[in-house]
Ligand binder design. Structure first.
Ligand code: RIB
Ligand code: CA
Length: 315
């Protein structure tokens, strides 16, 4: 039976691939709605980008606007990674204009109303941007926390250093207070942090395999990832950029791609060099009970084959 999901995102190149992978996998994923948050680029752009990506897939799935900024701090964006539009392409060709409207309802209210109205444990929430929408939903309606089947987050880092500061991963760093509230909420939380996403590199053979597929969607995504690769290849000296966000969707489609372990994780919200660090008790050094299932290993070839095969079905 397909997992019924709400995908909260900040597109962003890797968010875009996560959206398309979900749309391309109707046997395993029923996308109930896309909720959008400010993150990689300001909300106006992440919202436009989400609508463009849904249109690229020839779909009309509902898109909801969420919080434009973190709960306490000023927003930090990542145009240096994603370009001014948030979806800059290697060729410079922009995505086509969107053909889906923005829903009237606020994203946070959509999350709350959907989880309240659907059967208990029937909704999986996936978050691939800063956790502001999720934390505000949990604060407004704590009753939805136990009703959720699972919250799958792309964010944080256990062993890996940070990618926006030496200590912090971008999604958690942008809104550390939201992340702290969510990680401490008791929700059934699965975390795909940099420890796993840095194993999923968009190497030249993988990018070529995607570009070689029939159909417009794969060609456009290969062009987008050609741009997305540039910053991280220059930063890390790796063969390709890590493809972060689709790990969450691939896990819901084919969990055997990944290895996961229960760990205690707490988000540091102290101003200073460790702000936004997900302090992860990898070896059980503390007496704290695990509150998060952390992805530790993954099969990158299986991951990229899944993405390529599924995106090739979109026309
Ligand atoms: O640190 C990587 C994460 O931050 C990804 O979700 C990327 O899209 C950005 O949101
Ligand atoms: Ca993202």
């Amino acid at each position: 039976m397909a997992k019924r999901i709400i995908l909260d995102c900040d597109p962003g190149h890797d968010d875009a691939v996560a959206i398309l992978l979900a749309l391309a996998s109707p046997q395993e994923i029923e996308l109930i709605g896309l909720t959008v948050v400010g993150g990689n680029v300001p909300l106006a752009s992440t919202l436009l980008n989400a609508r463009k990506v849904v249109t690229l897939a020839n779909r009309r799935d509902p898109v909801y606007a969420g919080c434009p900024r973190p709960m306490m701090r000023e927003i930090v964006t990542a145009e240096h990674v994603h370009g001014e539009t948030g979806l800059d392409s290697g060729s410079g060709q922009p995505l086509g204009d969107p053909e889906v409207p923005v829903q009237q309802q606020h994203a946070v209210n959509f999350i709350i109303d959907t989880v309240r109205s659907e059967p208990e444990q029937s909704i999986t929430l996936v978050a691939t941007g800063p956790l502001t929408n999720v934390a505000v939903a949990f604060a407004m309606a704590p009753d939805i926390i136990p009703r959720l089947n699972e919250l799958v987050v792309m964010g944080g880092a256990g062993f890996e250093p940070g990618n926006i500061t030496p200590a912090a991963e971008f999604n958690v760093y942008v809104d550390p207070h939201a992340a702290r509230a969510v990680f401490d909420s008791g929700v059934n939380l699965t975390m795909f942090g940099l420890d796993i996403t840095h194993q999923m590199l968009i190497t030249p053979p993988r990018l070529k395999a995607l570009a070689a597929q029939e159909g417009k969607v794969c060609a456009v995504v290969a062009d987008l990832l050609d741009f997305f690769n540039r910053y991280d290849i220059s930063k890390y000296g790796w063969e390709g950029a890590p493809l972060h966000d689709p790990c969450t969707i691939a896990y819901l489609i084919e969990p055997t791609i990944f290895e996961l372990s229960p760990m205690h994780v707490v988000v540091d919200t102290q101003e200073g060099p460790s702000l936004g660090r997900t302090v992860t008790d990898w070896w059980g050094a503390s007496d704290e009970q695990p509150n998060v299932t952390v992805a530790t290993k993954g099969d990158a070839d299986q991951f990229f084959s899944l993405i390529t095969q599924r995106l090739a079905t979109l026309h």
